[in-house]
Design a protein around this ligand. Structure first.
Ligand SMILES: NC(=O)c1ccc[n+]([C@@H]2O[C@H](COP(=O)([O-])OP(=O)(O)OC[C@H]3O[C@@H](n4cnc5c(N)ncnc54)[C@H](OP(=O)(O)O)[C@@H]3O)[C@@H](O)[C@H]2O)c1
Length: 255
């Protein structure tokens, strides 16, 4: 694993939930880590636990990926490292609010966090991977990418961006030794999920386990372009694919 995807990996959004699970799963495979998130205490706790358990090196970077200068800060903090695996996990929506009830800046922050930071990173870290002829990229996306839906306009659009970006990079790089996976998630048991759904007073239903998600993604990193976690046909198409676009949008509407 380290020969193919090491010696260092980055998890953007790597301090809790699915991101921390990726970090643990990568460390268990001997990959040194750069973990990026905003809250330093959570980052530190996750990093300390991984160092103690797996003995790999872990660098933490407290950074808000919604900020315009975040990609440059990530580049500077990792300039001395050979990055063999990049996971863009950060990307959840922190509320289910109608489009016009959010100010424009909050939409732009989500686009910078979910799209611009991912695009910058795959360009920056993908180039040396392609030149070396090995490496891996995982972009974590969502069933929200399948079709538009009320209260998730920008979130769904950014998730569709990640899905198509990953699939496109797979199309360009799979013959060059670089594995790319669009990881499509449904409801998953993370702190962010509980913050949002708890605030909404909604029943969570069946939730995927983050550690099982991360294990599946790393196991199937070479089975891209797309892995739909929890699906009976994980490399298959959109579950809404048989519907008209109109019916798919109506099916996505949570109300
Ligand atoms: N959970 C679900 O039910 C679900 C369903 C479908 C898809 N997904 C996808 O799975 C991925 C992970 O979701 P998640 O539920 O774990 O929540 P998340 O909020 O996307 O990810 C949490 C991680 O990202 C960090 N983070 C959040 N905002 C950040 C920012 N602006 N800059 C840097 N780091 C940031 C968090 O730490 P800090 O808060 O300290 O920054 C934490 O480490 C997302 O891409 C989401 O779209 C999740």
């Amino acid at each position: 694993m380290t020969a193919e995807y090491g010696p260092w990996g980055i998890v953007a959004g790597g301090s809790d939930g699915v991101g921390a699970a990726f970090a643990r799963a990568m460390a268990a495979r001997g990959i040194n880590l750069v973990l990026v998130a905003r809250r330093e205490p959570v980052l530190k706790e996750t990093a300390d636990a991984i160092r103690a358990r797996h003995g790999v090196r872990v660098r933490t970077l407290a950074l808000d990926l919604s900020e315009p200068d975040a990609p440059a800060a990530l580049a500077e903090a990792t300039a001395d490292l050979e990055i063999g695996l990049f996971v863009h996990n950060v990307g959840g929506d922190d509320s289910t609010t109608a489009f016009l009830d959010r100010d424009l800046e909050s939409h732009l922050r989500m686009v910078r966090r979910n799209c611009v930071s991912a695009l910058d990173a795959v360009h920056r870290f993908g180039a040396p991977m392609a030149a070396r002829g090995h490496g891996g990229v995982v972009l974590v996306t969502s069933g929200a990418a399948w079709a538009g839906g009320a209260t998730r306009a920008t979130y769904g659009a950014t998730k569709a961006f990640g899905l198509v970006l990953a699939e496109s990079l797979w199309a360009e790089w799979h013959g060059r030794g670089v594995d790319v996976l669009a990881l499509v998630l449904g409801r998953t048991d993370t702190p962010s999920f509980h913050r949002v759904f708890g605030a909404e007073g909604l029943a969570p239903g069946d939730l995927a386990d983050p550690d099982e998600v991360a294990e599946a993604a790393l196991t199937h990193l070479g089975d891209g372009p797309t892995w739909i976690y929890g699906s009976a046909d994980p490399t298959g198409g959109s579950p809404l694919g048989a519907l008209s676009r109109r019916d798919a949008v109506l099916a996505m509407n949570p109300r």
